[in-house]
Ligand binder design. Structure first.
Ligand SMILES: Cc1ncc(COP(=O)(O)O)c(C=O)c1O
Length: 460
């Protein structure tokens, strides 16, 4: 089909993140106009259930009037102020206080940035700053994990453990290491129990630390559930084991809650679901239900004391963004946190999680599905060529993408990730009827994909 005028203008003017730029010139964009609840509407009036809440972020759906009002009020009062050199404002102060109150660990202070990537870059700078202040400047290396997603700025992209974020970008940086991805379905050995697998993952991490030299390791960073790597839930006991190794080797533990924070996994934080005891937490996305860009780094008291020591020695703390604690973003985030509290969002997720996970588990019966797993209102579905052998389709056939396109035809937005894994992370305001509608649409897309796979003879 020839491109419409709007599509042509897009192709001539816009670079789209995470898009095949060559193919985009042929097919053009889908142009969205408005949203309501869990639905988005395109410029042809077609509706889509947003099964990924935008990019795992629009937790309160697309028409939360209270957030619009909070932004408008703040725009009228003080649309901007930086917080450099001792300036401050009430929304920045209040949001930091509220985050400290709900934090999954004893957070002492909060630093604001605009995106998950910037917050994770900040985490690594702070880890270096910390160990320098502690008189251990050799502790510099950071351990992340294969298939982790921590963002796309230079250090965050290095932390990310996905080939596409490194290839042709000259990344990852030296000194950023990747431990095993703890995905039982993919990497568990024949006959290995979940507990044995967790023990092996932890033992491999310890071996890596010992090989590199514990006194060279600054920090370990992990998402509770690996999100953009394919929604990979950790094996039971994994984080307890990892934690004791980190403690033994005096390594900071950074918890990236950019997707898992604010109720997603059925607790306020993924850290609570998986018994993680971090020294620092990154959050973003649902912090403001994505109505404004804002992220935060929450740090423990010891980190703050080290920063104070550095300040006494160096003077100014030389880090911060023009928009750190932007008052409009902060005001929207405060209102978001109030809504979570008033509507008891965690209880809501737990209740809805039952019908949601029931539908997720049922997908395992489909001939295309190798693994369908989830927690809370978060799930991943892996499409495979051979269920018994867990064999993936050849990557160049982009079967996951084909399925996501069929889903779009059926009125559903999901996202295909590495190894043809599709993600589900709907707005937390979704109803049980909408959950059923979402999976009905997805099942029709799966059936169309199965027919296509047969037509193309992709099973060999
Ligand atoms: C766990 C995690 N960390 C960091 C990021 C990066 O956030 P941003 O895209 O806001 O830079 C993401 C984005 O999806 C994420 O899922």
């Amino acid at each position: 089909m020839p491109l419409t005028n709007a599509q042509q203008r897009d192709v001539e003017a816009l670079i789209h993140p995470y898009t095949n730029l060559a193919k985009h010139r042929e097919v053009g964009p889908i142009i969205l106009e408005r949203g309501k609840g869990v639905y988005i509407y395109d410029n042809r009036g077609r509706d889509y259930i947003d099964a990924l809440a935008g990019l795992w972020c629009v937790s309160l759906g697309y028409n939360e009037e209270r957030l619009v009002e909070a932004a408008t009020r703040q725009l009228r009062e003080l649309p901007y102020s930086h917080i450099f050199a001792g300036r401050s404002h009430e929304p920045g102060i209040e949001l930091a206080e509220r985050l400290k109150e709900v934090s999954p660990f004893a957070a002492s202070k909060v630093f604001f940035a605009n995106s998950g990537s910037e917050a994770n870059d900040t985490q690594i700078k702070l880890a270096w700053y910390y160990w320098n202040a502690k008189g251990k400047p050799q502790k510099k290396k950071i351990i992340s994990r294969n298939k982790a997603y921590h963002g796309v700025t230079m250090v965050s992209a290095s932390l990310t453990g996905l080939p596409n974020n490194h290839r042709a970008f000259d990344l990852p940086f030296a000194g950023i290491l990747h431990a095993d991805c703890p995905h039982l379905y993919r990497y568990g050995e024949a006959g290995e129990s979940e507990d044995d697998f967790a023990a092996r993952m932890a033992a491999n991490l310890e071996a890596l630390i010992e090989r590199e030299g514990p006194d060279t390791i600054a920090a370990f960073i992990a998402e509770p559930v690996m999100g953009a790597g394919g929604v990979i839930t950790p094996p039971a006991g994994y984080f307890e084991r990892v934690q004791s190794i980190l403690a033994k080797h005096d390594t900071l533990f950074i918890d990236d809650e950019v997707i898992c924070g604010f109720g997603r996994t059925g607790n306020y934080w993924g850290a609570q679901t998986y018994k993680m005891r971090p020294h620092a937490v990154t959050c973003a996305k649902a912090l403001s239900s994505a109505y404004q860009p804002i992220s935060a780094v929450m740090m423990h008291e010891e980190m703050y004391q080290a920063m104070l020591d550095q300040s006494r020695a160096i003077g100014v703390f030389g880090h911060g963004f023009t928009y750190s604690a932007h008052p409009v973003a902060a005001a929207v985030a405060i209102e978001t946190l109030k809504i979570y509290e008033e509507r008891n969002i965690v209880a809501r997720v737990r209740k809805l999680s039952e019908p949601f996970l029931e539908r997720v588990r049922a997908l395992n019966e489909h001939p295309l599905v190798g693994e369908a797993v989830g927690v809370g209102l978060l799930a991943g579905v892996e499409l495979v060529a051979d269920k018994a052998a867990k064999r993936n389709f050849p990557p160049e056939k982009t079967v996951g993408m084909v399925c996501a396109n069929f889903a779009q035809e059926e009125g559903l937005f999901t996202r295909s990730m590495l190894n043809d894994r599709l993600g589900f992370c709907p707005p937390l305001i979704i109803t049980e009827a909408e959950i059923n509608e979402m999976f009905d649409r997805f099942t029709r897309a799966l059936d169309k994909t199965e027919e296509w796979v047969r037509r193309e003879r992709l099973r060999g």
